[in-house]
Design a binder for this molecule. Structure first.
Ligand code: AP5
Ligand code: MG
Length: 214
């Protein structure tokens, strides 16, 4: 199964994608994670993307679509893909159709995480991840079981994203409203959209998504 998780910054796309990876053996294809890896490695794509990401604006459609194409090319044909943070524009939605067809895949569902935007700034500014394995945490909603120690790998190093400050988050929200939310009707017309209450607890949201994938 190939699915898109759609929702504004902080909606829980990455958190839920990780659950699906753990529980269903699907693959998470997060263009944000791919871009951050490129920035960290100082590749030409990373050098181009860094300033754009720090401002909270969108990187070019061509760059992110090439990243997705390359990941799909390297994947087993029978692993399902979770598109997390892609597509984000109408142009990317068109590119994804072409890319999926070229890999003999089709899109099964678009799951929209419906959230209250006012709560998202709080979710995002409290977020941190394990610097070693990338497991996600939150200052208030998801602390490691032992303070300062990653539940998954035991590392004691954590990090925060440079774009997780209030000003950049506001720009990211505006970009979502202006460019990403308008792609929903494309998928509605194809009868692919399912909606989940993203304000429920992390476990409840996972349960709802699992129910849709049965
Ligand atoms: P990207 O990395 O995709 O960021 P984003 O869309 O802004 O989304 P986030 O990763 O911030 O949120 P999320 O929905 O994954 O939430 P999470 O699960 O972490 O993109 C970053 C940048 O890269 C973009 O701004 C752009 O510049 C560029 N980019 C990326 N893709 C692009 C594309 N396709 N085209 C162009 N440019 C692109 O959850 C957030 C926090 O809340 C966590 O701490 C979590 O523990 C907590 N939480 C999650 N769910 C719940 C819940 N149900 N209850 C309580 N807390 C919760
Ligand atoms: Mg994310």
């Amino acid at each position: 199964m190939n699915i898109i998780l759609l929702g504004p910054p902080g909606a829980g796309k990455g958190t839920q994608a990780q659950r699906l990876v753990d529980n269903r053996g699907m693959r998470q294809l997060s263009t944000g994670d791919m871009l951050r890896a490129a920035v960290g490695a100082g590749t030409p794509i990373g050098l181009k993307a860094k300033a754009v990401m720090d401002r909270g604006e969108l990187v070019s459609d061509e760059i992110v679509s090439e990243l997705i194409d390359a990941e799909l090319a390297a994947m087993d044909a029978d692993s399902g893909a979770i598109f997390d943070g892609y597509p984000r524009t109408a142009a990317q939605a068109g590119m994804l159709d072409t890319i999926l067809a070229s890999h003999d895949r089709k899109l099964h569902k678009v799951i929209e995480l419906e959230v209250d935007e006012d709560a998202l700034v709080d979710r995002i500014t409290g977020r941190f991840t394990c610097a070693n394995c990338g497991a996600g945490y939150h200052d208030r909603y998801k602390q490691p079981e032992t303070e300062g120690v990653c539940d998954v790998c035991g590392s004691t190093e954590f990090k925060r994203r440079p774009d997780d400050n209030e000003e950049t988050v506001r720009t990211r929200m505006q970009e979502y409203r202006a460019k990403t939310a308008p792609i929903l009707p494309i998928y509605e017309q194809r009868d692919l959209v399912e909606r989940v209450d993203g304000m429920a607890s992390i476990d409840e949201v996972s349960e709802a998504i699992n129910g849709l994938l049965r």
